[in-house]
Ligand binder design. Sequence first.
Ligand code: AHG
Ligand code: MN
Ligand code: MN
Length: 333
Amino acid sequence: MKRISLTQYLVEEQRLHDNIPASLRLLIEVVARACKTISHSVGKGALGDILGSADTENIQGEVQKKLDVISNEILLEANEWGGHLAAMASEEMESIHPIPNRYPMGEYMLLFDPLDGSSNIDVNVSIGTIFSVLKAPEGMSQPTEQDFMQPGSQQVAAGYAVYGPQTMLVLTTGNGVNCFTLDREMGSWVLTQKGMRIPEETKEFSINMSNQRHWYPPVQRYIAEMLEGKTGPRAKDFNMRWIASMVADVHRILNRGGIFMYPADARDPSQPGKLRLMYEANPMAMIVEQAGGAATDGKGRILDIPPAKLHQRVPVFLGSKSEVERVTGYHAE
Ligand code: AHG
Ligand code: MN
Ligand code: MN
């Protein structure tokens, strides 16, 4: 089998479709390299002193794990000096991180969830990194938070790394979705799945059932109908999976279909859902749509939401198109 590396893929993609200029290729390769470093730390576990809590809180009021902080540092350091970025923003940092003056400023802005699935770190379950790439607005000199307030449809690239039994990188630059597997011995990313497509038909759903009593009626109805199985209105039995790492749940759905949901609920009406628009919902929505699926907040397309603030949360329904359309339809009724 001829092995195609991430670099070769990016170069050839540019030649064919003219959609990955050299600076974007550098950006993607630097992010991929940072994910390789994170993967290496993840793999060391207790031996690398990366488990447990960092005894600090992030802007969302969540206790940070050591690996949240380490992964954030790795991504910042890797991406500062290359001249491809104007600024970064992270789930783990209150404000944006402009590129220091000593480095040249580039035309892109990078957003990331450095470590997704933090509750799984200490129990050796799959976790990941999610990233999103935006273009800096024309004529921008000193980046501000306002420059990041672009809807997800403006993303020029999005991807995630999943640190599981294998380390994989799933990437879109707006022309389909491809998956690369990390060859740990060689230290290189090898193209292993081309043009990933989410299967249309599914019997699998993904939601944290422990929140059921807080859900609003459309979600109650949608789940109840699935739970009724063969003799219910859906006339088939469904299976449920919830890994509590969005990256791992989305990766399963990309491969064998399904729907992932983190709805808004009645616990705290000021917090519409748990997941963050800029670091989780937007990049995953782009990937899912590029793979033939759909992603909504229950009302409309996630990629059309005009962001109001950096750490904004949104309800998320994504995966196989017909299922996402059904639950979105229930919200409209
Ligand atoms: P993070 O670790 O970046 O804070 O994200 C965790 C997210 C997401 O990955 C996962 O689907 C969800 O939170 C799990 O939430 P529950 O703990 O409520 O199940
Ligand atoms: Mn996350
Ligand atoms: Mn995180």
